[in-house]
Write a protein that binds this ligand. Structure first.
Ligand SMILES: [Zn+2]
Length: 415
């Protein structure tokens, strides 16, 4: 049922020197922006379906849709199901639009290309220490983006979303004093990458992107108010209110890893003591596991340490699955500490869902069980009565889908 559309400029008309000119148009008003986001989130729709969802008269809707068709941002695509009368075409986002989603973690980089509906067309992962600094990390990102292009998945990128594992001044896209990212403080990520990639770029912290990914395509699809806790090398919390990420006044909302859980506790890279992530995070867990192995408390972990030379959350999960009491105790203690903090957040925020994600989700149901126990014990029944606390659905894809969503939100806004 595909019909060629005439009189509509191709979305990627060629510019000079073999470059492909990408998305140059932006929605002209809030109605057009809303239509673009609906098409992104719900896929191809008939004019009647669009009309049901936006508060516009039939003739006004027709005007806005026709203007979007003229920009090339949307195209007519196949005949819609009839509701009586003349059958009309479905409208969809231009199939040639491509977004780049980049999720920079503490120990690896994920880069993916998506279409305008944020479906992942290709996804690459590469181990990389974020402490190597922005220049080395971005060389890696550009080379991965180049590979995705060379594979034929994209001729170019219409925009890129970037996640970094630390606080970001939003919307300028500049990391600010990130404890686990020495060398990144004040680095103009947005500006630098936008130049290198030749497209608009938006930057956010990795936890917000994970929340947006789970919201777009994962476990939080139908929830407007939720918390997304990422437990990786550090710990952070994405806060979604009324369907939008809440970033706070300067962009540091949800930085729960540095809430003090133990007065005069362990030193934290941030300079304080007793922070949550100094006591339980991927990094803290690895240290505790190695300590348990060396002290003779865990023969299972000791065996693994001897084989591999270092331990991670994966080893702790495997030892726990083998019934190792020391590994199980590490997970239980960690779940207790995170659970305490989440209990406070639940009392404060009354979310409809709590999503747990990040590298330690391999600890799975043991972690979830102790964390849930704490939350249900410490928060009031009205807040926890219908509160699911679940693992994220998307794994490492959450960050890159969230990154694509970040840049598409920006581009699908009135210019
Ligand atoms: Zn700290």
């Amino acid at each position: 049922m595909q019909e060629p559309v005439t009189g509509v400029p191709a979305p990627q008309a060629r510019g000079g020197e073999g470059h492909v000119r990408r998305m140059t148009a932006r929605p002209a008003n809030a109605h057009q922006a809303r239509l673009l986001r609906m098409l992104r989130d719900e896929g191809p729709s008939s004019r009647a379906q669009l009309g049901d969802r936006v508060d516009l008269s039939r003739s006004k809707l027709a005007v806005e849709v026709d203007r979007l068709l003229e920009t090339g941002l949307v195209v007519a695509d196949g005949l819609a199901a009839s509701r009586g009368g003349r059958r009309s075409h479905n409208i969809r986002l231009a199939p040639a639009l491509r977004f780049l989603g980049v999720d920079i973690g503490a120990t690896s980089v994920d880069v993916a290309v998506t279409n305008a509906e944020l479906e992942v067309l290709g996804h690459l992962n590469h181990p990389m220490d974020v402490r190597e600094g922005p220049v080395a990390v971005f060389d890696q990102v550009l080379s991965m983006a180049g590979k995705l292009k060379a594979s034929g998945l994209a001729e170019g990128f219409d925009g890129a979303g970037i996640g970094v594992p630390g606080p970001v001044r939003y919307p300028e896209g500049v990391p600010v004093a990130p404890p686990i990212m020495p060398g990144w403080d004040g680095f103009p990520v947005r500006e630098a990458l936008s130049q290198d990639l030749g497209c608009p770029v938006m930057v956010d912290n990795d936890v917000n992107l994970m929340a947006m990914g789970e919201q777009h395509a994962g476990v939080a699809r139908t929830v407007a108010d939720f918390l997304c806790i990422k437990i990786g090398t550090g710990i952070g919390c994405g806060i979604v209110v009324g369907g939008e990420v809440y970033r706070g006044t300067t962009g540091s909302a949800g930085d729960i890893g540095h809430i003090q859980v133990t007065p005069d506790g362990r030193p934290c890279p941030c300079g304080n003591r007793g922070c949550l992530e100094a006591h339980f995070s991927g990094a803290a867990l690895a240290r505790d596991a190695e300590e348990a192995a060396r002290s003779g408390r865990s023969p299972e972990l000791a065996g693994r340490l001897e084989t591999t030379g270092r331990l991670t959350a994966v080893d702790v999960a495997a030892a726990a699955a083998a019934g190792d009491p020391a590994a199980l105790a590490l997970i239980r203690d960690g779940g207790d500490r995170v659970g305490q903090v989440i209990a406070g957040l639940v009392s404060f925020f009354n979310p409809g869902l709590v999503v747990i994600g990040g590298g330690v989700t391999g600890l799975g149901h043991n972690l979830l069980a102790s964390l849930r126990t704490q939350v249900y014990r410490q928060s009031l029944p009205l807040a926890t009565g219908n509160l699911p606390i679940v693992l994220g659905e998307l794994g490492p894809a959450a960050g890159v889908i969230g990154a694509a969503r970040l840049i598409s939100d920006h581009l699908f806004s009135p210019a």
